[in-house]
Design a protein around this ligand. Structure first.
Ligand code: 6GU
Length: 229
């Protein structure tokens, strides 16, 4: 998979994209990242990327001509295969595991991170998906892009090296109706810690009983979680 990121702060991504699972995916060439500084696509020599809003009011608005130049520049690097373009905004569709799974099947993603008050509305006509990571406001799209990228990259076959661990994880394990379940509880050594033990069934060696217990635990946790909505 190829991932391009258009941002005013490319350095923001340096460490996260070189660390842990994503860093390993880069090293094994399962994903490549291309960072683009939006300022380099400014029309004027001052590097202007934003302007005051028509109609007045506070704040600045990201310019559509600058953003379109950045997108055209990214597209031109591979004109035969159009990328899937994602705009990160608090108003976007909510990121869910099903969205990540859909994105993980695409060969080329472009993330556009905004700052300031917002975008010129006309930018929306050049994108495929407007995405939010949750019902709260961030000061820019960069953390949202990172969260999305992390959840997508780990679903690319070969990235975790332990495919089972992604299938059984939260929001991927399902009940009999196909409803996504939160993960069951895990334990490892020591068998007792500060008076707290490990459920007997996990020490029993009965695989069918263990599977039954895990499913019941996952369902109970999911029901509890749903009640917190
Ligand atoms: Cl994608 N951007 C910003 N600025 N705030 C957010 C968000 C995105 N998702 C949740 N809050």
């Amino acid at each position: 998979m190829r991932i391009d990121i258009i941002t005013l702060f490319p350095e923001y991504f340096d460490v996260p994209l070189a660390t842990s699972i994503i860093g390993r995916a880069v090293k094994s060439e399962l994903v490549t990242f291309h960072l683009h500084n939006l300022r380099h696509y400014a029309i004027d020599t001052y590097g202007t990327v934003d302007d005051t809003p028509y109609g007045g009011g506070p704040g600045m608005v990201l310019k559509v001509d600058v953003m379109k130049r950045a997108l055209d520049g990214v597209r031109a690097s591979n004109p035969d295969n159009p990328p899937y373009i994602i705009l990160l905004t608090p108003q976007g569709k909510m990121l869910k595991q099903s969205v990540s799974q859909d994105l993980a099947s695409k060969p080329w993603l472009v993330f556009i991170c905004g700052h300031y008050e917002g975008f010129d509305e006309r930018i929306r006509s050049y994108i495929d998906l407007e995405l939010s990571i949750g019902p709260y406001v961030l000061s820019g799209g960069e953390p949202a892009a990172l969260v999305t990228i992390d959840s997508v990259v780990r679903l690319i076959p070969g990235v975790t090296g332990h495919e089972e661990s992604t299938i059984e994880e939260s929001f991927s394990m399902q009940d009999s109706t196909g409803k996504p379940l939160i993960e069951y509880p895990h334990y490892t050594r020591p068998e007792e810690f500060e008076g707290k033990g490990v459920p007997d069934v996990l020490l029993s060696g009965h695989h069918a009983e263990i599977a039954k217990w895990r499913l019941a635990q996952a369902e109970e946790r999911t029901n509890r979680h749903d009640m917190n909505d």
